[in-house]
Each structure stands twice: as structure tokens, then as C-alpha cells.
Ligand binder design. Structure first.
Ligand code: SF4
Length: 394
């Protein structure tokens, strides 16, 4: 979601005539550790504008974001004309006085508000870079035109109404909002016409897309060509024949039979399901407010595999949720054997402000959480190696 949000912000800058100083912005990460060369620092200090897009889903992400922003203070001292913007999920944190914490930051933008960047640019002295002069298209909302993407992201919905007890997303990204279907389809059509062959539909929970996720997947078919015939096909048609549509992420509770059957039936939809299980223990799932049991989750996996034996099913698993006992942790461990995930993102529970879980009694000590996480990763690795699958630990 953050990469897609960055794409939208980058599109605003592009429309206003800004140029990135490097193609791969991640090349600047060493600078924040002060291991960049003097030339790197001079290049960064010569910028007109630096945006930091932040994530607060876990404490470690929030700490890293705060560290980046703090590091920019020295850069601003080298170039007082530099404008710094702080964007993303750190901004709506009411318990933090961001202006006090980061006095060198010029403006703040909440998630899903790229128009605020456009407002700042038009009010700032950078008017000489206006889109009128550059002649660029000033349309920026939800655009996917972004240089350093792994896929073409199309946000179909954002926000979340689920209020899982550990999750800060509903507080920082707001209530669920689904983009109108025609708008989404027009964007996808435009990407395909530009030659995109790999498109990822994004949302906190694409399965609850208000206008019908299965129906959206079927409608995309109108833009897919027939398979390649004898030679002589135009280039655009050859590209379209390779089109793959992916989606992430879907709440297991909302993974309906209709969605599974639609994915199975459509050749252009990747048979990849990211289903965040979070815990293999029913009592923990209930306290997480996840709205399903492990048996229900297993039923979804079985339905997927009965229709698509080749489907890749990945998950998220969290250890050390408040009150998690050794036995409950063992139930999570056993899910690897029972389900055989292609990949698992594994985390230690991180208390987030304003969430119900942060106030729960029996918080698990950090060393216990870390020991459980280590064991979870090891068990997953062993199982994947036994199945001759390359482990992927994120
Ligand atoms: S479904 Fe739960 S975990 Fe996922 S974004 Fe919504 S509240 Fe967070």
C-alpha cells in the first residue's frame, strides 16, 4: 500500500514538473545511516523537496520512519530552501506533536490525501514548476505511473472497518472506501493499453470491495485479448495476451466461494492467495477480533485447493499476542504442517497506540515473543526445506 501511495505522490510531483534525483530512491537509504558519500549528501541537499512516506503498522516501522525524518535535519541545515514533507500513516497520530518532534518538516500529509501535496506545491514558491509550464497532465488521483514499482498497482479500496484488536490501520487510514468500478476499470484499461502485463489490485481487504470483487475480476476480462493466433498480431495484442491480474490483501473471513470460483475460472487471474491467518488458536483469534476460526480458515484453503491444486497460498502469522500461552503458540506452529503455506510473513506482536490489544492484560514479555518468533521461523524453514521449497522470510 505504501509503494502505491508513494506512486500517487510521485505522480503529483511529476505533474508539477519535478524530477527525481535518482531513479531508485532506495539508493538513498545508506545516507540515513550516515554511511553515504559526501557527493551523495550534496546531491540530497541540492533537492528542492524531499517527501518521506511512512508506515506505522509495527513499532519498528514507525521507529525507522522517525529516524529517516530526524536524519534530514542535517540535510536541511545545508540547504535552508529545501522543503520537507512527512506523509503517510505517521501523520494522523494524535498523540504525537509532529511539528514539535520534527520542527524542520514543512508540511504533513495524511494517507490517501495526495491532493494536499498539490495544494502545498501550488501555494509554495515552486510555482515556476507548475504543470502549465511543463505541459504535463495534472491528473494525479490513483495514477499508477511510477518509475520504481515491481508491478502496476491499482488501488481499488482503502481503509478498513474490521478493527482487529491489534491493528492501527482503521485509525490511521480511516473507514473503508471503495473506488467506483468504472473508475477502476478505466485505470486498468489505460495501463493495459500502455503495455502493462502485470497488474496488482490493492486494498486493505479487496474481498470486501463494495461493488463486488468477483464481478470486478470478471469485468477486467473485457480488456483481455484472445490468446495469440497465427503471427501478424499487433504488438499491443501480443502484450495483452500475457496479462496477469494479482490482488492483495484479502481478509480470510470475506474470501467467499464466489471469489474463489471466479479466480479459478479466469485464466488471467494469478492463482495466488495471501490469506493472513495471524494465529492458529481459536481463542487468540477471537481476542484478535478476526471473525473466523482456524477450522473456517482451513475450509477456505481446502476450497481453493480443490479448484486450483496449483494455487500458492501465503499468510501472515503473529506470535506473542497478549495472553498467548505456550500451548496457543504451539497451535500456530502446527498450522505450517496442516496447511503448507508457500510463504509466511512472521512477526512478533507490536502494541500499537489506540488499539484494544495494547490495553489488554498479560502482555507477553519481549524475550518470550522473540524466542517464539525464532522458533516459528525455524519450523517454517524446516518444513519448506523438506518440501524442497526455497524459504522466504520477510
Ligand atoms: S482487516 Fe484487521 S488487520 Fe487487516 S487492515 Fe483491517 S483491522 Fe487491520
Amino acid at each position: 500500500m505504501n509503494v502505491a501511495d508513494s506512486a500517487r505522490l510521485a505522480a503529483v510531483l511529476d505533474a508539477a514538473g519535478y524530477q527525481p534525483i535518482r531513479d531508485d530512491i532506495r539508493a538513498f537509504e545508506p545516507l540515513f545511516g550516515h554511511s553515504g558519500s559526501k557527493a551523495d549528501i550534496r546531491q540530497l541537499a541540492a533537492c528542492d523537496l524531499i517527501l518521506v512516506n511512512t508506515c506505522v503498522v509495527r513499532q519498528s516501522a514507525e521507529d525507522r520512519a522517525a529516524w529517516y525524518v530526524t536524519s534530514l535535519k542535517g540535510i536541511k541545515e545545508l540547504n535552508p530552501n529545501l522543503k520537507i514533507g512527512l506523509c503517510g500513516c505517521l501523520v494522523p497520530e494524535p498523540e504525537r506533536d509532529l511539528k514539535k518532534q520534527f520542527p524542520h518538516v514543512d508540511f504533513f500529509i495524511e494517507p490517501n490525501r495526495p491532493e494536499k501535496l498539490a495544494e502545498f506545491l501550488s501555494n509554495s514558491k515552486s510555482e515556476s514548476r507548475s504543470s502549465k509550464e511543463t505541459g504535463k497532465n495534472s491528473k494525479f488521483e490513483f495514477t499508477s505511473d511510477f518509475g520504481f514499482r515491481a508491478s502496476n498497482f491499482v488501488t481499488i479500496m482503502h481503509g478498513c472497518d474490521n478493527y482487529c484488536s491489534y491493528c492501527v490501520v482503521p485509525y490511521v487510514r480511516g473507514r473503508e472506501y471503495s473506488r467506483p468500478r468504472d473508475e477502476v476499470l478505466t485505470e486498468i484499461k489505460g495501463l493495459i493499453e500502455q503495455g502493462a502485463t502485470d497488474i496488482t489490485l490493492l486494498g486493505q481487504n479487496v474481498n470486501s470491495y463494495k461493488f463486488g470483487f468477483a464481478s470486478l475480476l470478471r469485468k477486467i476480462g473485457a480488456y483481455c485479448p484472445l490468446p495469440l493466433g497465427e503471427g501478424g498480431k499487433p504488438e499491443s495484442q501480443r502484450v495483452r495476451a500475457e496479462l496477469v491480474i494479482r490482488f492483495m490483501t484479502g481478509h480470510p473471513r470475506d474470501m467467499s466461494d464466489e471469489i474463489i470460483e471466479t479466480v479459478a475460472a479466469l485464466s488471467y487471474v494469478a492463482k495466488d492467495f495471501h490469506l493472513p491467518l495471524q494465529s492458529g488458536d481459536n481463542e487468540v483469534l477471537q481476542r484478535m477480533n478476526r471473525g473466523y476460526t482456524f477450522e473456517y480458515f482451513l475450509g477456505r484453503v481446502e476450497k481453493i485447493r480443490s479448484l486450483m491444486p496449483q494455487a500458492r497460498i501465503s499468510t501472515d502469522l503473529m506470535v506473542g499476542f497478549p495472553g498467548e500461552t505456550d500451548e496457543q503458540f504451539e497451535n500456530s506452529l502446527r498450522t505450517f504442517e496442516k496447511i503448507g503455506f508457500t510463504m509466511a510473513n512472521m512477526f512478533a506482536y507490536s502494541p500499537r497506540p489506540r488499539t484494544a490489544a495494547a490495553k489488554m492484560p498479560d502482555q507477553v514479555p519481549e524475550e518470550v515473543k522473540q524466542a517464539r518468533l525464532k522458533r516459528l521461523i525455524e519450523v517454517n524453514r524446516e518444513i519448506l526445506i523438506n518440501r524442497s521449497v526455497q524459504p522466504q522470510v520477510l
